[in-house]
Design a protein around this ligand. Sequence first.
Ligand SMILES: Nc1ncnc2c1ncn2[C@@H]1O[C@H](COP(=O)(O)OP(=O)(O)O)[C@@H](O)[C@H]1O
Ligand SMILES: [Mg+2]
Length: 263
Amino acid sequence: MKKTVTICFANNKGGSGKSTTCGNVGYYLAQQGKKVLLLDGDMQLNLSLSFFSEEDVLAMAQGQANLYHAVRDQKDLKDYIVHTPYENLDLIPSSTLMSGIEYELFTKWQRELILRKCLASIKASGEYDYILMDAPPTLGGWAMNLLCASDWLLIPVEASPWGLFGLANMFEFFSTVRQISPELGLLGIVVTKVNERKNYFRQTMDVLRGMENVYTFESYIKVDASIEWAQDASQPVGAFRKGCRSAAEYEALAKEIDARANA
Ligand SMILES: Nc1ncnc2c1ncn2[C@@H]1O[C@H](COP(=O)(O)OP(=O)(O)O)[C@@H](O)[C@H]1O
Ligand SMILES: [Mg+2]
């Protein structure tokens, strides 16, 4: 039976490319023959919007068949899966009510482990090669749930001074989560929204590559307007404009993630 690898894309800095990277890596892993389940863990619904129209996403978010209701009522998430238009690629949609999930979980027994329990039967079935989770830009009890349900943390970082500054919080949170879930590993850092003409990019890479015990992926993602056009069309960039630069970069990144997560 397959082992399902679960990866959480998290960084408390907003706009660092979490949702974009989670969706596009998921798309390419699926294209590369892996069976992938995406979990939209953010009330901003961005991961869901990467694959479905605004109308469809709002309908899912406002109904009952979404992550919020499943986690609040501690249901088996296998009953909340929807198929995306792409082969091998499924999604658990989010809800705008996710903003209140911490409140709902507060009084529950083992409240950090509720998502892990909701995902247990999907993981045990071995149906998916990967479960990729998109985290919100906050480091609280819900992010803790996402990370406690993951084998790996992947941190997308924007190549900017403040992008690097925020990393310290992320590392501290990672250490805290490991006290509850010691098996969680740091898969690595992916640098996003790179402008190679800026010297700052070189400095960012030097700082990251100089860090001990932290892997920085060889593949990085440059600024590319195709990403925004693809998001406007509710499509992953590889489906929207197959030959564009960021599509090739995400394809390479997906291969690198696959190799590293299964090493
Ligand atoms: N490589 C890129 N080139 C251009 N725009 C990008 C790129 N990656 C992300 N973006 C844009 O940056 C914004 C933030 O990205 P997003 O993935 O939503 O970050 P996060 O989920 O960390 O908040 C979005 O508007 C997205 O369209
Ligand atoms: Mg996001």
